[in-house]
Design a protein around this ligand. Structure first.
Ligand code: GAP
Length: 509
């Protein structure tokens, strides 16, 4: 655990040191759970957006994109249920005066049991060596089974209490489990209260007449309320999807884990409109398709897992999360939900406008059912960033930190480096820059020894370093050093563009 915490600290400081992520308003001591993306961070973030946008709107002929406003009519949030129910249960410790999410305290407790299982497993694995069958141990060991059953029992009890909005019951569960405040170490808890996560503000110049509006807590509602506009103007036929990338805002009580849980963040959401009765088929399709999207980045599949929801929200008839193995354990990265016709029906009811679709094949009108895929852009950033962070001991005894980012997402695709700052090498390097910058984000660097320049590029995850040397001036060839293997090949300048293009592609989707 300590090693993992240590790793997470290193990752956050690397993100700052190399211009990926800065704390927001840092010179004013920062703002909790708000971050700014620096010169390399914004490139990585834009590349993630592009990879998602292309996979949705270019690789699927029946999905189009929109960009709806952040401000929306306040009744939208009544219809969607956010005004009444977009709450987190919070609890305060009277001694430390610290505020916690009750569900997170319980989740942490469950995670500790999971850690115990893993420790137990590691201990036995050490003893038995290669002959150890981990899965068999997890499925049959009595102590592990006891731990698992305890975890399931707590999860079920908590879900039931939440469904019944039994806040006193949640407090009783926290007390029964003996959960203490991590700061004061005491069990001196207040009652549990519900806390609405939406930020509100006023619109209009005269405050008396001002209306309360909300900063959107999800981008999805902008899609729902525009679905007929898009369907009609785009002549879309069911099944079809609408995709959107944009900011969302939540007044998170527990602001922690860097960009994992922020108050201002970005979502990439897609609503897929289908015939009633066909939603579970499409849910399965999107479950598989979204996992393929993650794996096409080349990050090994053991870093991902599904978490199917047993307890479903009242509007959903199937739901799963794609979880990622973050430095602090497996956590939700993306949600895939079969949301039935709940949202559209509610908007129909609250707006008084018909939101039906005429299906010419069936010759009938209906409110479509919706499958939603919803992924956090910042969480995807954190997933690829933390996976990529690698410390390596090299043969010559030196150390390097290399960001093994999926090449398609790397902020800079190639660095062009003249071996020395003379003999016409910088001029040749600039010629190469001019040629490549039409197609790729490239960087020129002539400062310091070549080894140091390689390290700088490794630290931001640049897949290729192109070096101009004496031979280049004679035969128009350069060396190309690959980031992960550090192997070098020699190729003609005229081959560079094709070479980079071919090697930065993600796996086929
Ligand atoms: N429209 C459905 C929806 O918003 P959600 O599970 O609340 O569902 C979807 O959010 C995704 O948005 C999550 O899987 C996560 O990746 C991201 N997300 C949610 N809250 C976040 C936060 N406070 N900070 C960063 N990302 C967040």
């Amino acid at each position: 655990m300590a090693a993992k915490e240590d790793l997470f600290k290193k990752i956050t400081s690397h993100a700052k040191e190399y211009g990926f992520i800065f704390p927001s308003s840092e010179i004013y001591d920062g703002m909790s759970a708000v971050y700014d993306y620096g010169q390399n961070g914004v490139e990585l973030k834009n590349n993630i957006k592009q990879y998602w946008w292309k996979s949705m709107t270019q690789m699927h002929e029946n999905i189009v994109g929109i960009d709806s406003a952040i401000f929306m009519h306040p009744t939208i949030w009544k219809a969607s249920g956010h005004v009444d129910a977009f709450n987190d249960p919070l609890i305060d410790n009277k001694d430390s005066k610290k505020r916690y999410r009750a569900d997170v305290l319980i989740e942490d407790y469950i995670n500790k049991i999971e850690e115990k299982i893993n420790k137990e497993c590691d201990k036995v694995a050490k003893k038995f060596g290669e002959s150890f069958d981990r899965q068999m141990f997890l499925d049959t060991n009595p102590r592990v089974l006891e731990h698992k059953s305890k975890m399931q029992d707590i999860q079920k009890r908590y879900a039931d209490l939440m469904t019944n909005n039994d806040l006193a019951g949640i407090k009783a569960l926290i007390e029964e489990l003996g959960i203490v405040c991590p700061v004061s170490g005491t069990k001196n808890w207040t009652d549990v209260r519900q806390f609405n996560l939406m930020f509100s503000t006023k619109v209009g110049s005269v405050s008396d007449e001002a209306d309360t509006i909300y900063l959107r807590p999800e981008t999805a509602q902008g899609i729902f309320v525009n679905y007929l506009n898009v369907q009609k103007t785009g002549r879309m036929k069911i099944p079809f999807g609408i995709a959107q990338i944009g900011k969302a805002f939540r007044n998170e009580i527990v602001a922690r884990q860097f960009i994992f849980r922020m108050r201002e963040f970005e979502q990439m959401e897609m609503q897929f409109f289908v015939r009633p009765g066909e939603e579970l088929k499409w849910f399965e399709y999107w479950k598989q398709t979204r996992m393929k999207w993650h794996l096409a980045l080349g990050i090994p599949k053991e870093n991902y897992r599904y978490h199917d929801h047993e307890k479903l929200a009242h509007y959903a008839n199937a739901a799963t999360d794609i979880e990622f193995n973050f430095p602090f354990g497996f956590k939700e990265l993306e949600g895939i939900h079969s949301r039935t016709d709940f949202d559209l029906k509610r908007h129909q009811e609250f707006s008084g406008k018909k939101l039906q679709y005429f299906d010419s094949e069936l010759n009938e009108s209906y409110v479509p059912y919706v499958i939603e895929t919803s992924i956090g852009l910042d969480r995807t950033f954190l997933a690829v960033f933390s996976y990529a962070y690698t410390e390596e001991q090299l043969e010559d005894g030196s150390q390097r930190v290399v960001m093994k980012l999926p090449r398609v997402l790397a902020p800079v695709k190639a660095a062009v480096l003249p071996l020395v700052k003379k003999d016409g090498m910088p001029e040749k390097a600039h010629e190469i820059m001019d040629m490549l910058k039409q197609d790729f984000k490239v960087q020129y660097d002539e400062k310091d020894a070549i080894g140091k320049r390689y390290r700088r590029q490794d630290a931001i995850g640049t897949p290729y370093c192109i070096t101009v040397d004496t031979q280049t001036l004679e035969d128009n060839t350069v060396t190309v050093r690959e980031r992960d293997t550090m192997e070098q090949i020699r190729i003609g300048i005229d081959q560079l563009s094709g070479f980079i293009h071919e090697n930065i592609k993600p796996l086929a989707l």
